[in-house]
Design a protein around this ligand. Structure first.
Ligand SMILES: Cc1ncc(COP(=O)(O)O)c(C=O)c1O
Length: 386
């Protein structure tokens, strides 16, 4: 057994990030200011998007994006059942209704063939989620959206850096929302970014991220700007701090290097785990660049005498942290009770939930860590094969 615990995730924070934060602390400007502006410019350039709006979480980015495209009370928004709480709750913030759609059995991304049956005259948007960092089937999703005049707000919390048919995630959908939460592919502790080609939506998100007022703090309090401001709409308090942006600027510089490291781990896992009876490795489509934020394997329960819960316990007993992404929304009390959803309404998400395990995948993993995860997974499978 490994003498030290291999956690599910460890952030990759180096001296550059530490120095950058110290510099910001010493600068005297802590909240939204020059570092945020630089981070936005760098990020927009990196994903190839004309506008990038930094906020204090991925959830805030999703909320502002829905608000910017005009989602309002009574609207319906298509949301995958297989996702995190944030994707659907932002729809409810605006008093609209999240309408759940099943996932594909292979990629776990929203099933485009299941979307059209859920569209009504009240539907105004789709929120595809790039699960684990693999872009959704955007040709089909955009075609459905355009033919029904729906906006596409992409939840790309997992998908930096990723691409679909050579188009970078960040410029495919109407608005793309990223997360820089502590476990994500780059982190600012907490943080998020919304990218779009639409200047009006960008301006609206920027304004609503800071109380719906006409200038941000940088313009108001420095001699470049004036003390005068106007409240245009009742907005939110979603602005990113310069402390967080200082982290983000340095993390973004390493994004490609981090990605390469995760890709190598994914390839090692694939090579060593793909042929093991009792386990399915993740499906990666040939026409995408997968961000490999998560490596989600599925247990072949018919071949095993152990269930998913006990498999994770067995990994923990061997000093390996693992997780589940996700408990599908329709299985949570709120969505089950509010909308009357049953497991059978989403057969792929319900079946996947019983089988999925997210294994550790992050740049700080050592060669020995990777080897140990592979040998331990193989050992547990062998011990519990029928
Ligand atoms: C799919 C998905 N969407 C949205 C979010 C929300 O991001 P944040 O924690 O930055 O608000 C997460 C966070 O884990 C996520 O996994």
């Amino acid at each position: 057994m490994s003498s030290t615990f291999i956690p599910f995730h460890k952030p990759a924070i180096g001296e550059d990030e530490i120095q950058s934060v110290i510099e910001t602390l010493k600068s005297g400007w802590l909240t939204t200011g020059p570092k945020v502006k630089t981070f936005e410019a760098d990020f927009g350039r990196y994903v190839g998007s004309s506008h990038a709006v930094a906020v204090n979480s991925g959830t805030a980015a999703l909320h502002l994006a829905l608000d910017a495209v005009g989602i309002k009370e009574g609207d319906e928004v298509i949301v995958p059942a297989m996702t995190f709480a944030a994707t659907a709750e932002v729809v409810l913030y605006l008093k609209a209704k999240p309408v759940l759609v099943d996932c594909r059995a292979d990629t776990l991304n929203i099933d485009p063939d299941a979307i059209e049956g859920k569209i009504t005259c009240k539907t105004n948007a789709i929120i595809p989620v790039d699960i684990a960092g693999q872009p959704c089937d955007f040709d089909k999703i955009m075609e459905i959206a355009r033919s029904h005049k729906l906006k596409v707000i992409e939840d790309a919390a997992h998908a930096l850096p990723a691409a679909y048919r050579k188009e970078k995630v960040g410029r495919i959908s109407d608005i793309t929302c990223f997360s820089f939460y502590a476990t994500k592919t780059i982190t600012t502790g907490e943080g998020g970014m919304a990218t779009t080609e639409n200047a009006e939506w960008a301006e609206r998100m920027r304004m609503m991220s800071l109380h719906g007022i006409s200038h941000d703090a940088w313009d108001r309090y420095t001699d470049k700007g004036s003390w005068y401001y106007e409240i245009i709409r009742p907005g939110y308090k979603y602005n990113l701090t310069d402390i967080a942006a200082a982290l983000g600027i340095e993390q973004l510089k390493k994004c490609d290097r981090f990605h390469q490291a995760r890709q190598q781990i994914a390839m090692r896992y694939h090579d060593c785990l793909a042929d093991l009876p009792g386990l399915q490795v993740p499906t990666c489509r040939p026409d995408v660049q997968h961000a490999w934020h998560l490596y989600v394997v599925q247990l072949d329960l018919e071949q095993l005498r152990i269930d998913r819960r006990d498999f994770i316990k067995a990994l923990k007993a061997e000093n390996i942290g693992a997780s589940v992404h996700f408990i599908p929304l329709h299985l949570h009390p709120f969505y089950r009770d509010s909308f009357g959803y049953e497991p059978a309404d989403f057969p792929n998400a319900s079946a996947a939930y019983e089988r999925i395990i997210s294994l550790p995948i992050y740049p700080k993993m050592t060669e020995a860590d990777i080897e140990y995860v592979i040998s331990t997974v193989s050992k547990i499978l062998k011990q519990h094969r029928r």
